[in-house]
Design a protein around this ligand. Structure first.
Ligand SMILES: [Zn+2]
Length: 215
């Protein structure tokens, strides 16, 4: 027996509020999206974390971003014959059907999945899927700086989260139909990191390899 409002009650409240405000204001847009189909130009691959929803962070209208989310924003290596296929399917649809021009790998601060990877699964419960999933990103460990062990905890977390994003970019760039479009100049891949505690977005600059704050 529940006393007070349950999490589901609060979710239904949110839906009613959405229906009254956002949906009412954008009804025409939703009708057009139904009639003409979606044509988002951006795919965002984000962590599942409840604090970093892409549509919240980027304040996007309906129909503008195609989103795939998983624990720790991991893109597995190209392997159509085995291994996890969810991200490959989302990327394939976004690229071949929607013809997106940009893909953003969006990591974030205090990522529990990255923390589990760096600490060899510590902090995870007895699990069937979690540890094998985060270990898909194990090659990211090779991207950590040589002085990693001497860094403070906050810095360790940050460079680990950056390394997982960079590893996902490298893996995604190896998908043949991604590589073709990168070489043709019709697709770009970006690495972004969102620090929800400070509301700070940083992005990886391709030339310098530096992470620069978006002002
Ligand atoms: Zn995360």
């Amino acid at each position: 027996m529940f006393w007070g409002r349950t999490p589901i009650d609060k979710l239904i409240d949110g839906y009613r509020n959405f229906h009254r405000t956002t949906f009412a204001r954008q009804r025409r847009r939703f009708e057009q999206l139904a009639a003409k189909g979606q044509k988002p130009k951006i795919l965002i691959i984000s962590c599942s974390d409840s604090r970093v929803s892409p549509s919240m962070v980027f304040d996007t209208p309906p129909g503008s971003i195609f989103v795939a989310r998983n624990i720790a924003n991991i893109v597995p290596p190209y392997n159509p014959d085995g291994g996890p296929r969810s991200i490959g399917a989302a990327a394939e649809y976004a690229i071949k059907v929607l013809k997106v021009s940009d893909i953003i790998i969006k990591g974030h601060a205090r990522c529990g999945g990255v923390h589990a990877l760096i600490n060899n699964g510590s902090g995870l419960p007895q699990n069937d899927f979690l540890k094998p999933w985060v270990e898909v990103a194990a090659p990211a460990l090779k991207l950590l700086p040589p002085n990693f062990e001497s860094l403070g905890e906050a810095e360790k977390r940050r460079v680990s989260e950056h390394a997982v994003i960079q590893n996902s970019i490298m893996n995604l760039s190896g998908y043949p139909w991604v590589r073709d479009r990168l070489e043709a100049g019709t697709l770009r891949i970006h690495g972004w990191h969102f620090d929800f505690e400070h509301g700070k977005l940083t992005r990886l600059e391709h030339e310098s390899g530096e992470w620069v704050e978006v002002k």
